[in-house]
Design a protein around this ligand. Structure first.
Ligand code: NAD
Length: 290
């Protein structure tokens, strides 16, 4: 029997409805709209597309987005000053510095400067440490989207073997910790993993974030497994393709996210969910936000 399709668009609709209600309540409480500042350095086309999509989704929610574009050659101190100003701005609840930064700007500047209470994409040193230690924390939006899809689809994690393919700071590594904290047994694979299939075949839950179209084929998937495809590659014709060979894997898996229409639908929403949580400024008092 073909896999159940985990429809990101449908799940996103439910999440959007929940968040819209929360945004209204937060605006009422604050006496102003919840505020998100997006900081871009230079005019990288992918960043432009992403921030435009964040702004569109925020608009629907009634969250006020401010976009700040710094010159591509801004000095480290200029970027630091921008983040410090946003840290001090009471109308800004969340700050999203768009990564990657140009090569002359170490990511550490952002990771060290951003106020952890406004770090709604979980990139600060404090957030990374909180996640590692299983303290309440903001987390990167993409792994949060993976968990949201699994939870809303009632896919059990406790005691299951979760295999994560990809070990980046923004997806694979935080996802591995989030799955571990949900009591899964976690294996992390990466580009130097030998015989990838021997690991993926053991997965009850397989999450793939490698950026390699077609990496995961049906022969690499345990029958009945839940497969979440995080990968997004833009083809020459502008269409999107994931890391999982959908047509073959759908015949073997128990559940599968499509690309497009899967994880990508939830990523922005997780950012806004965390922005709403940030508007309570209660992270330090222990409100779990992931
Ligand atoms: P990255 O390039 O930073 O990391 C890729 C990871 O995959 C690395 O750890 C690497 O070791 C591993 N990898 C590469 N080739 C591999 C192989 N053949 N076998 C096993 N592991 C391999 O990428 P990233 O930023 O983590 O993004 C990964 C993918 O997820 C990309 O396609 C990206 O576009 C996509 N993405 C999607 C969303 C979304 O909202 N759906 C958000 C962020 C990233």
């Amino acid at each position: 029997m073909p896999a159940q399709i985990l429809d990101g668009r449908r799940i996103a609709q439910d999440v959007r409805d929940d968040l819209r209600r929360q945004a209204e309540a937060a605006a009422h409480r604050l006496g102003r709209p919840v505020g998100l500042a997006v900081v871009r350095v230079g005019a990288d086309p992918a960043s432009l597309v992403y921030s435009a999509s964040v702004a569109r989704t925020s608009d629907v929610m009634g969250i006020a987005t401010t976009s700040i574009t710094l010159d591509a050659d801004v000095a480290p101190d200029g970027l630091r000053a921008c983040i410090l100003a946003l840290n001090a701005d009471d109308a800004v609840d969340g700050i999203l510095p768009q990564l990657p930064l140009p090569p002359h700007l170490p990511q550490r500047i952002v990771a060290e400067t951003i106020d952890p209470r406004k770090d709604v994409d979980g990139i600060s040193l404090r957030s990374a440490g909180n996640l590692f230690l299983r303290f309440p924390s903001f987390v990167p939006s993409t792994p949060a989207a993976v968990l949201e899809i699994l939870d809303r689809s009632h896919i059990p994690l406790r005691g299951r073997h979760a295999v994560v393919v990809g070990a980046s700071n923004v997806v694979g590594k935080p996802l591995a910790f989030m799955l571990l904290h949900r009591d899964a047994t976690v294996t992390v694979c990466h580009v130097y993993t030998r015989d990838l299939a021997q690991w993926t075949l053991q997965a009850d839950v397989l999450a793939v974030a490698a950026g390699r179209p077609g990496l995961i084929t049906a022969q690499m998937v345990k029958p009945g497994a839940a497969v979440v495809d995080v990968g997004i590659t833009v083809r020459h014709d502008g269409t999107l393709i994931g890391d999982v060979d959908f047509d073959s894997v759908v015949q073997v898996a128990g559940a599968l996210t499509p690309v497009p229409g899967g994880v990508g639908q939830l990523t922005n929403l997780m950012l806004l969910k965390q922005t709403l949580a940030a508007s309570t400024r209660s992270l330090s008092s222990g409100t779990p936000v992931s």
